[in-house]
Ligand binder design. Structure first.
Ligand code: NAP
Length: 240
């Protein structure tokens, strides 16, 4: 029996990397899937890669009015939302001293403020699910700060905090809220932060999917307010 049969799942930033792989596996497990992306051409390419089976929603994760409109559009099409996977993210890897206000603001809008208001707008639809699962994407630098991660690390620390607040607010409802730290994974974002590392030493998005399927499926119904590692034995090192 497919593990996500009958579930409605929204994945933000589903055009590449971990988001695209999540969409692929959710569809294979029977879910009805929507992905967001900020570029129509990237969305179309992802839509093709998913065999035309995903709803494609053009939406910039850092634009608050667009996040509210996205929630409205989804509410008009779907009876409920069972899975909300907050995955879209942006990274810049540089010392704190070198951040300017504009790049700080843009990163925070995409990684933090956009998701905050998207979740707020989607809560009524999520609460229509008998077993909703809201999952954030964290990072090892969202748990232990390290040099040169700047606003990215700050946004991921705050993401962990947002998860804890929401988990506590909804602990008596049919909504669980958790974080996944993927660990260093072979994606476009990883390559942009570490252009010189050997990418063959990294896990692929497909390798880390078991935890994603567990957290979105019924097996994790009692888990909430927790931070999970998709690669628990991986040592966070310089290259992450
Ligand atoms: P990725 O392949 O670059 O995927 C990021 C996705 O987010 C892309 O689909 C990208 O769309 C989308 N996105 C970025 N900015 C957006 C915006 N403003 N509006 C809408 N979509 C936007 O990277 P990834 O590694 O899979 O990243 C997924 C998540 O994992 C991120 O939250 C990241 O922080 C986290 N993470 C990754 C690693 C790792 O080693 N890969 C480690 C720790 C945490 P475009 O195609 O338009 O760029």
């Amino acid at each position: 029996m497919a593990r996500l049969q009958g579930k409605y799942a929204l994945i933000t930033g589903g055009t590449s990397g971990i988001g695209l792989e999540t969409a692929r596996q959710f569809i294979a497990e029977g879910a009805t899937v929507a992905i967001t992306g900020r570029s129509q051409s990237a969305l179309d390419a992802a839509g093709q890669a998913l065999g035309g089976k995903a709803l494609l929603l053009l939406s910039d994760a850092g634009d608050i009015p667009q996040q509210r409109e996205l929630a409205q559009r989804l509410g008009q099409r779907w009876p409920r939302l069972d899975v909300l996977y907050i995955n879209a993210g942006d990274v810049t890897h540089r010392p704190l001293q070198e951040w300017d206000e504009q790049s700080y603001q843009r990163l925070m809008d995409i990684n933090l403020k956009g998701p905050f208001f998207l979740i707020q707008a989607l809560l009524p639809l999520l609460l229509k699910s008998h077993a909703g699962s809201l999952v954030f994407t964290s990072s090892s630098v969202g748990r232990t700060g390290r040099a040169d991660w700047g606003a990215y690390a700050v946004s991921k620390f705050a993401t962990e905090g947002m998860m804890q607040v929401l988990a506590d607010e909804y602990k008596n409802r049919n909504l669980r809220v958790n974080c996944i730290n993927p660990g260093g994974t072979r994606t476009k974002m990883r390559a942009s932060a570490f252009p010189h590392e050997d990418k063959n030493k990294l896990k692929t998005p497909a390798d880390i999917m078991p935890l994603y399927l567990y957290l979105m499926g019924e097996d994790s119904r009692r888990k909430t307010g927790m931070s999970f590692d998709a690669q628990p034995n991986r040592k966070p090192g310089a290259a992450e």
